[in-house]
Design a protein around this ligand. Structure first.
Ligand SMILES: Nc1ncnc2c1ncn2[C@@H]1O[C@H](COP(=O)(O)OP(=O)(O)OP(=O)(O)O)[C@@H](O)[C@H]1O
Ligand SMILES: [Mg+2]
Length: 260
């Protein structure tokens, strides 16, 4: 089978602390994963390693069949889209949405050259994959948080990555905007040539039917990995969060009840 991610015993240590502790995990082409874990459990660190921005202390990392340490990481990075709030804060806010999307072609924060008509068309296509064509000419700073998130995702999509990493893309969205946003992600995933998605969240409500698998992290270790039904259990949620809770599915979504 076509493997997208292969991690073997990955450890990440900083300042005498083990932040990731022996992570082994495999993602195959066609799978879309959610990553769940309490604050500080190591989710963002794991994503940074996958995108080649941090280096593991031990272990083997193979992404899209390229072994880290034996491949040109900058070339590999072009096949991976990473959307996180840190990046979002560093964009030139007065740029138009379409310009922010086009800046993804050179992976720059802001446009440093005039894109060709074909490249502008690529940027429009990326926006349309998220049903967001109508905001193309609006300046980034005037967009709602959900619209800004879509622009960031389109910016990542414009290079046609085969792996797209979304670190808490729904944070700051109101409940209705969140449902609409997730529908648009689902639409994007349903299109031909959609990238494999890694979706970090704190809310099991966001784990829709398009997510095939879930990885649960606790204190830098894998607590569980498997299908939604295998991993989203009251027992696992309680262990992950360190409190009594109940996870249940009422169509169309999961719910989590925290018991005090
Ligand atoms: N370079 C670093 N040096 C020291 N500590 C670090 C470093 N990178 C991460 N950490 C620590 O590792 C832990 C895991 O951080 P990480 O950002 O991966 O957590 P997270 O699961 O993404 O949390 P959140 O849900 O709050 O986003 C945190 O306690 C953080 O302070
Ligand atoms: Mg994080």
């Amino acid at each position: 089978m076509d493997s997208v991610i292969q991690l073997e015993e990955v450890c990440f240590c900083r300042k005498n602390r083990t932040i990731l502790d022996g992570i082994s995990w495999q993602v195959q082409r066609g799978e879309h994963w959610a990553l769940l874990g309490a604050n500080g459990s190591g989710k963002t660190t794991l994503l940074k390693i996958l995108a080649g921005y941090e280096w593991p202390t031990f272990g083997r990392v193979v992404v899209q069949q390229q072994t880290f340490g034996a491949t040109d990481i900058r070339k590999l990075r072009r096949t991976i889209g990473l959307v996180s709030s840190t990046l979002q804060q560093r964009l030139p806010a007065q740029d138009k949405a379409i310009e922010v999307v086009a800046s993804g072609l050179d992976a720059t924060l802001g446009l440093y050259r005039r894109p060709s008509p074909e490249e502008m068309q690529q940027a429009r296509t990326a926006l349309s994959r998220l049903r967001a064509e109508s905001i193309a000419e609006q300046s980034y700073q005037t967009l709602s948080q959900g619209e800004q998130q879509k622009v960031m995702i389109a910016r990542a999509l414009v290079c046609r990555p085969t792996l797209l990493i979304l670190d808490e893309p729904c944070s700051g969205l109101d409940p209705a905007a969140r449902v609409r946003f997730l529908k648009d992600i689902e639409y994007m995933v349903s299109q031909p040539d959609a990238p494999s998605i890694l979706f970090v969240t704190h809310h099991i409500e966001e784990i829709g039917p398009w997510i095939s698998h879930v990885l649960l992290l606790k204190d830098g270790k894998v607590l569980a990995a498997g299908t939604q039904e295998e991993t989203i259990t009251s027992e696992n949620m309680a262990a992950m969060l360190g409190c009594r809770c109940e996870a249940y599915f009422v169509p169309p979504r999961w719910h989590l009840l925290i018991e005090e």
